[in-house]
Design a protein around this ligand. Structure first.
Ligand code: ADP
Length: 494
């Protein structure tokens, strides 16, 4: 990746975008559009279609008709696999264009966006494509005069609702297994980050995916998202986003056809640092990067830092030093390590958390405010609070911004109590040289993932999912496919 290539793409004109329904780009039936504002400078640079219920229903009807036709679900596995592999190839061929367009839309620093968005999406598509001709049904152990076959069958129409922080990566975690299993999909991207997903769907068509297999409808969650979730014709709904929306989706399911709902919601992930950590500098650097990258807009952001008492002050000083050294600015400038906050609303919400933390007695060690306001964009300083009370707003609730809450603990028991002392259970990490303690912490921390002496970067081969109010079900790994297959029994008298 070269800066000159990024600069060539950064102001490329993006024409107004339509929905993708049954393989065709179509405007909203009432012609409504939403302006797309770049968080880099706060300026609009294109428009997307603001869908209504009629547009969403047309997409669902297309997905249903296409599923029932068998054109995708009954396609020979090697052909379906070849299409998905071609799709991954097309995504990779356009990786820089996709990454830059995504950054203009949501503000993630380009280095991270390039790897985590098109790079990760292509890898995810390939991973599930490869599974297509390697997953078998089962023959049950039965009496000799009976045959029990367990078929894995695609379920039908999958509704996918994704957020704005990593639209392609999170989108691919759901789309690739859903499509590999032979289902059809209707995708509703976040209104502030739809552009790359529209292009991803277009590339699927170019790779040979039949029209109607992968439809995209853009617009407001409260309009098209709600129509999708309330539909009687959607069999499964998979979602990543806020707890508030997740709760609504469960309600919509109960009010409609009891569609299965899988939720990946928020987190308040703890990073637990013991005094016997194997590498002080690595731990401190990781503590900073794992909350501040993408301005803290990462589901698994390590937003709580719990440090053993006797190393607390020294460790905080090192983390603060790393935080201060991070260069915040134009996310399309490769020299900047932290880009923009996605929207002005999100920035305001971050600042409200800071103000409340101050009134609750937390000590501000660095940051705390918006920065680079002269650019018109939305940027925030990496922010560290110490002395954060266990029951305070900042310790308990997800900011989804670059704000780290630090506290201390005496011993392993207190560390576990504090680590588990929120409603969430998505991610976590332990820093220690003691192997037995590492395993005890893995067992005792209630979270979908416990990192040991590292943070993030877990490959597609391992699952990601939350416990407690961080959600249910798993993305990534072969286990993700369980959401997209039905088990059907054939019980045969011989
Ligand atoms: P965030 O705080 O990350 O924006 P949201 O849960 O609001 O989280 O958004 C995640 C996704 O959910 C977005 O695509 C958004 O449009 C969608 N969404 C928001 N409200 C609803 C709703 N009432 N029904 C369905 N989808 C919704």
């Amino acid at each position: 990746m070269k800066q000159a290539d990024i600069d060539k793409l950064r102001s490329r004109k993006v024409s107004p975008q339509a929905h993708l329904i049954h393989g065709k780009q179509v405007s909203s039936q009432d012609e409504r559009q939403l302006e797309v504002i770049s968080p880099i400078d706060g300026k609009p640079f294109t428009k997307i279609a603001a869908g209504g219920a009629a547009d969403m229903n047309a997409a669902i009807a297309s997905a249903r008709k296409t599923f029932d036709s068998g054109v995708w679900s009954d396609m020979e596995p090697k052909t379906r696999k070849a299409i998905l592999l071609k799709w991954a190839e097309l995504v990779e061929a356009e990786a820089l264009e996709l990454a830059v367009m995504g950054v203009r839309d949501n503000g993630t620093e380009i280095g991270m966006a390039y790897k985590a968005e098109p790079g990760s999406a292509a890898g995810t598509i390939r991973f599930y494509a490869e599974s297509i001709d390697k997953i078998y049904g089962e023959v049950a152990p039965t009496a000799p005069n009976r045959l029990g076959l367990i078929h894995k069958t695609p379920i039908g129409v999958i509704g996918v609702i994704v957020p704005w922080n990593f639209p392609m990566m999170i989108g691919a975690w759901k789309l690739a297994p859903a499509l590999s299993a032979g289902n059809t999909v209707v995708l509703k991207p976040a209104e502030v980050a739809s552009l790359t997903l529209l292009r991803l769907a277009q590339l699927a068509l170019e790779a040979g995916m039949p029209p109607g297999v992968f439809n995209v409808v853009t617009g407001k969650g409260s309009v098209v998202g709600e129509t999708l979730a309330l539909s009687m014709d959607v069999d499964v709904l998979v979602f990543t986003g806020s707890g508030a929306t997740g709760r609504r989706l469960l309600e919509y399911s109960a009010r409609s056809n009891l569609k299965r709902v899988y939720l990946e919601l928020g987190g308040k992930s703890p990073q637990v640092v013991f005094n016997d950590m194997p590498d002080f500098d690595l731990a401190a650097k990781t503590a900073a990067s794992s909350i501040f990258r993408n301005s803290g807009q990462v589901c698994i952001a390590a937003s709580r830092l719990l440090i053993q008492e006797d190393v607390h002050d020294e460790f905080v000083a090192a983390v603060v030093e790393h935080a201060k050294a991070l260069r915040v600015g134009d996310p399309l400038n490769m020299e900047n390590q932290i880009g923009a906050v996605t929207s002005s609303d999100q920035l305001e919400q971050n600042i409200r958390f800071v103000e409340t933390a101050k009134t609750e007695g937390a000590r501000l060690e660095t940051g705390g405010g918006a920065t680079l306001t002269e650019t018109g964009g939305y940027y925030m300083e990496p922010t560290v609070f110490t002395n954060v009370g266990q029951s305070s707003n900042l310790m308990q609730n997800e900011v989804f911004g670059p704000v780290l809450a630090v506290s201390s603990f005496k011993d392993e028991n207190e560390a576990i109590l504090k680590a588990n002392g929120t409603d969430f259970g998505l991610s976590s990490s332990v820093w220690t040289s003691n192997l037995s303690r590492a395993h005890r912490m893995v067992k005792n921390i209630k979270a979908g993932i416990v990192h040991v002496n590292t943070y993030g970067g877990a490959s597609i081969s391992v699952p990601l999912g939350g416990v407690k109010q961080s959600g249910n079900g798993h993305d990534k790994s072969l286990h993700a496919l369980d959401k997209y297959f039905d088990l059907k029994t054939a019980w045969i008298a011989l």
